[in-house]
Ligand binder design. Structure first.
Ligand code: NAI
Length: 328
C-alpha cells in the first residue's frame, strides 16, 4: 500500500460532491492502493448536509477510507492537503450580473488559494470545478505564490468526455477506440472541441471533420452547450458526469494518461500555441511522472485558430475583470 492521501473536497454537501465522494472513498480516483483521509469543506449552511453525507460514507465501510472530517474553515480544510477538489462556488442567482459572479467567486478562491499556500502538502494538486472554473483557478493560483502554478488546474475533462461520446455516436466506433480529442480555451460555451488530431477507430478525426455542416452545426455546439441541455432536461446541472470527469482528471494526473493518448486539462499557459502566458486555458495534455505536459507540435489550421482565439479572448476578459477587482 502507498502512503495515505489527504483529499479535500469543497462543496461537499452539493450535488457533484455527493456524486464524487463515494467513488473517491472507493479508490477510483487515487487508485486501489492509496488509503484516503477525506476532508469535507463547506460553508456553515452546508455543514448539516455534509454531516449526513459523512454518515453515509461511514456506513459504506470503504476499506481505503481512513478518516472523515467536516470543516467550514479553509485553513483547517487545506492543512496537509495532497489533492484539493474545489467544487463549491457561488452560483449565478437571479438578477446577478457577470461582474457580481466574478466578484463573489474571486473572494472565495482568494481565501482558498491563500489557505492552500499556507498549509497544503508539498506537491499539492488542485482541481477547480466550480464555475467560472478557469478564472477561479487563476485567482486561486495567484493567491498561492509559493505553490508552483502548474499545480492549479481547472476541469475540462467533462467536455473532453462529452466530445468523445459524440464522436463515438457519429462514427459508430466504441468510446474505447477514440483517442486524442482536444478541448481548447474556456470551460464555457466558447470552448473549442478539436477532432482534427483525433483517432477514431482506424481513421483520423480529420476525415470526420471534413463534413463541415456536421462539425459546425452539430458536433461543436452539442459539446459546448451540453451543460445547458442537461439543465433543461434534468432541471439540475450535470452532477454525476461532472464528478466522473473530476475523478478521471485527478486519476490521470496521479497515475498517468494511457500510452498513445492524451486528455484535456485547463492549466496555466506557458505561452504555448499563442495562448497568453498565465491564462488558465484548456490544452491537450499528457500526464508524465505526475505532471501535466502540454502536447506539442500540433498543426492548427485557420478553422481551429479562429475558434481557439475566440475562447481565449473570453478568458482574457474574465482575467481583466478579476484583475480590476484586485483579486490577482
Ligand atoms: P450545488 O449547489 O449542488 O453545491 C455547491 C455546494 O458548494 C453547496 O453545498 C454550497 O454550500 C457549497 N459552497 C459554496 N461556497 C462554498 C465555499 N466557499 N466553500 C465550500 N463550499 C462552498 O452545486 P453543484 O451542482 O455541486 O456544482 C458545483 C459547481 O460546479 C458549480 O459552480 C457548477 O457550475 C460547477 N460545474 C462545473 C463543471 C465543469 O465541468 N467544470 C460541470 C458542472 C458543474
Amino acid at each position: 500500500q502507498r502512503s495515505p492521501a489527504v483529499v479535500t473536497v469543497t462543496g461537499a454537501a452539493g450535488s457533484i460532491g455527493y456524486a464524487a465522494l463515494f467513488r473517491i472513498a472507493a479508490g477510483e480516483m487515487m487508485g486501489p492502493d492509496t488509503p484516503i483521509h477525506l476532508r469535507l469543506l463547506e460553508i456553515p449552511s452546508g455543514m448539516a448536509a455534509a454531516e449526513g453525507t459523512a454518515m453515509e460514507l461511514e456506513d459504506s465501510a470503504f476499506p481505503l477510507l481512513r478518516s472523515i472530517e467536516i470543516l467550514d474553515d479553509p485553513r483547517q480544510g487545506f492543512d496537509g492537503t495532497d489533492v484539493a477538489l474545489l467544487i463549491g462556488s457561488r452560483p449565478r442567482s437571479k438578477g446577478m450580473e457577470r461582474g457580481d459572479l466574478l466578484a463573489a467567486n474571486g473572494q472565495i478562491f482568494t481565501v482558498q488559494g491563500r489557505a492552500i499556500n499556507e498549509g497544503a502538502a508539498d506537491g499539492v494538486r488542485v482541481l477547480v470545478v466550480g464555475n467560472p472554473a478557469n478564472t477561479n483557478a487563476l485567482v486561486a493560483a495567484r493567491n498561492a505564490p509559493d505553490v508552483p502554478a502548474d499545480r492549479f488546474t481547472a476541469l475540462t475533462r467533462l467536455d473532453h468526455n462529452r466530445a468523445i461520446a459524440q464522436l463515438a455516436k457519429r462514427s459508430g466506433a466504441p468510446v474505447d477506440d477514440i483517442s486524442r480529442v482536444s478541448i481548447w480555451g474556456n470551460h464555457s460555451s466558447t470552448q473549442y472541441p478539436d477532432i482534427f488530431h483525433a483517432r477514431v477507430g482506424g481513421k483520423s478525426g480529420a476525415s470526420f471533420a471534413q463534413d463541415r455542416v456536421w462539425l459546425v452545426d452539430d458536433f461543436i455546439p452539442t459539446v459546448a452547450r451540453r451543460g445547458s441541455a442537461i439543465i433543461e432536461a434534468r432541471g439540475a446541472s450535470s452532477a454525476a458526469s461532472a464528478a466522473n470527469g473530476a475523478i478521471d482528471h485527478v486519476h490521470d494526473w496521479v497515475l498517468g494518461t494511457p500510452d498513445n493518448d492524451w486528455t484535456s486539462v485547463a492549466l496555466s499557459s506557458p505561452g504555448a500555441y499563442g495562448i497568453p502566458e498565465g491564462l488558465v486555458s484548456s490544452f491537450p495534455a499528457r500526464s508524465i511522472d505526475g505532471s501535466w505536459r502540454i502536447v506539442e507540435g500540433l498543426a492548427i489550421d485557420g478553422f481551429s485558430r479562429k475558434r481557439i482565439d475566440a475562447s481565449v479572448a473570453e478568458l482574457e476578459s474574465e482575467r481583466d475583470s478579476v484583475r480590476s477587482m484586485g483579486f490577482i
